[in-house]
Design a protein around this ligand. Structure first.
Ligand SMILES: [Zn+2]
Length: 85
């Protein structure tokens, strides 16, 4: 029984057991951990964007601005903070 559970877990290395959504989620986490996102600061660093500044023109579009500063996401951020308190 235990061996069967282990074989079917996502830690066994057999990724064919993960759903598409699980794979996408793991991919997003990995990119954040590797400091490789679709944010403009990273694209600029790789020569794929002309500017680091976000469309709001209030700062560089990096992880910190995206999560903590950008006024565009003020309401979403407030909802998130309320839901985790
Ligand atoms: Zn912003």
């Amino acid at each position: 029984m235990y061996q069967n559970d282990l074989r079917n877990s996502s830690f066994s290395g057999q990724q064919d057991h993960l759903s598409k959504e699980q794979m996408h989620r793991h991919h997003r986490y990995a990119r954040l951990l590797l400091n490789d996102t679709t944010l403009r600061a990273h694209h600029y660093h790789m020569g794929l964007a002309d500017t680091k500044v976000f469309e709001c023109n209030q700062g560089v579009e990096d992880v910190y601005h995206f999560f903590f500063q950008c006024t565009r996401y003020k309401d979403t951020r407030k909802q998130l903070l309320q839901s985790v308190q």
